[in-house]
Ligand binder design. Structure first.
Ligand code: 8YV
Length: 317
């Protein structure tokens, strides 16, 4: 009999789904109308869970799965899993560290360029017919240069470092903050977030959200200043979203590039029609390359966990 696996979010790589279907009896909860009833019926046989980074799994659901042997997070953020709770039950929890670094860093640079150079506003100007109606070169305001700007990175993990490497190629001086200075990182360490914001033209959030909720508030945005840009490819809850909306409205910062939000998919409408705000639907790791590598790591975690071994990189066992 094939082991039973509960999958909480869709996986968009057909080859990964094929392998899952070959190896396991898959229970795709996101396809079920009555999720509670489905869990009640099948919860007892579930031995592995696949979930997304920002969706995680609740403690109630873990409790409802008495045969659970492994939780494979298809992402790098584990803020939506109570690791201590899983650890107390001896359940390994894995993430896909390293599989998505390049793509998330690439999107951060894409958001910086899009926000500073107003690429989306320019696209909209062309496709709406406004360029034809108003060919005056002043119809679109001048944008801002990215090259050479001071980039501050909040969270210097794998993704933060990949962003720093890319920013350096744009001749940007890079500084960072983190819980502590990291020896192998050649960039300037600024222990105080407010100071980093003051010293940055572009503040990029690449931190884990476990212990850093709401760190980007009105004071930090004021410190970033009226020519500053906020970029977030990490987690929405790092930011006090109402403070960000307000900072943009009162011109306290120049613009933002956001891939993540507090209550996805609900994005404050006040962010929609701003020429220097660029929004994405939490897609930084959504490439064939990243999602394939992530899916392979998930498969390896399930195989090890179900065999009673410690999956590589387990965060709890
Ligand atoms: C994904 C993420 O959107 O890695 C993370 O923590 O949030 C993203 O990569 C998600 O986990 C895909 O399942």
């Amino acid at each position: 009999m094939k082991p039973n696996i509960l999958q909480l979010n869709p996986i968009l790589v057909p080859a990964i789904n094929d392998q899952l279907n070959t190896l396991y009896t898959m229970h795709r909860l996101f396809e079920q109308e009555d999720k509670a009833a489905y869990l009640k019926q099948h919860g007892g046989v579930i031995r592995g869970v696949i979930t997304g980074g920002h969706t995680g799994i609740s403690n109630d659901m873990i409790t409802a799965l008495p045969a659970l042997q492994v939780i494979a997070v298809n992402g790098v953020g584990t803020d939506a899993v109570d690791l201590a709770f899983a650890k107390a039950r001896g359940i390994p929890v894995t993430a896909t560290f390293g599989a998505l670094t390049e793509d998330v860093a690439d999107l951060a640079i894409g958001l910086i360029l899009s926000a500073c150079r107003q690429i989306c506003a320019g696209h909209q100007f062309v496709t709406s017919g406004n360029w034809q109606r108003n060919p005056n070169p002043g119809a679109l305001p001048l944008s801002r240069r990215f090259s050479g700007k001071r980039v501050g990175i909040v969270g210097m993990g794998k993704v933060g470092r990949a962003i720093a490497q890319r920013a350096a190629a744009f001749d940007c001086p890079v500084a960072y903050t983190d819980l502590r200075q990291i020896d192998e990182v050649p960039h300037r360490f600024v222990p105080d977030l407010l100071q980093l914001a003051r010293d940055s033209d572009i503040l990029v959030l690449a931190a884990a959200a476990d212990k850093a909720q709401g760190i980007i508030n009105a004071a930090v945005l004021d410190a970033l200043g009226k020519d500053g840009y906020l970029i977030n490819i990490a987690r929405g809850k790092l930011v006090v979203e109402s403070d960000l909306v307000e900072a943009l409205q009162r011109g306290a910062i120049a613009g933002a590039g956001l891939d993540v939000f507090v209550d996805e998919p609900n994005v404050p409408e006040a962010l929609f029609n701003h020429d220097r705000v660029v929004l994405q639907a939490h897609r930084a790791s959504a490439t064939v390359e990243s999602r394939t590598a992530m899916g392979e790591m998930v498969l390896a975690s399930l195989a090890a966990g179900l065999a009673g071994q410690r999956p590589e990189g387990s965060l709890t066992t």
